[in-house]
Ligand binder design. Sequence first.
Ligand code: SF4
Length: 223
Amino acid sequence: MAPASGPVVTVNVAATRVGTEALGPGVRSALWVQGCPFDCAGCMSADWIPFREARRATPGELAAELLADPRVTGLTFSGGEPMEQAAGLAEVARLAREIRDVSLICFTGHRLTALRARPPSPGVHDLLAAVDVLIDGRYVAALDDGRGLRGSSNQRIHHLTGRLAGSGYDFGDRPRSAEIAVTGREALLIGVPPAGLLAAFDTAVDSVRGRTSPGRELDNDER
Ligand code: SF4
């Protein structure tokens, strides 16, 4: 992939997590973007749906941040909707791979065929070219079977490269796991949670201070 030309594209970041084992094989870093054109009922990232300014960062800053932990062997992009910020994320992937040859998993509410036929933002083809595993389709609560690294069974696992196909990681049917990270006054639920965990997480956070999203505030302050 060629380096981006012209003005530096920034990424509107909802959250990051350096070093997690809940979003794919091995130790990975996750980047969630702010803004999604969909409004799936039961979305666990509801606070990250609005297209509002969150944290702006350059791809270079994000690549360095996400790979700060030397154990990290992969990146996972989620949101929000990564394909709305595809150019910036493709550049994050390119720059990260200049540091370390990381694998890349990406979630999207779009179908792969639609992305290829009608890319919703510049850079979609570049991002798809960088992705090893794409998990596509909108979340449908009625089809949430509690299995795999996808929210519901209508979502599909696309191995766009063979890189993670032989990893032994069963994307579609593995038992779910999640992590809860508390940093300062924010609690972050990482991963595709097993049944009941999201509600329990919300109840626990609400008992401290009520805000709801995977990045929950534990006090009154707004981000
Ligand atoms: S596509 Fe994902 S982030 Fe967007 S509303 Fe649906 S579940 Fe939420």
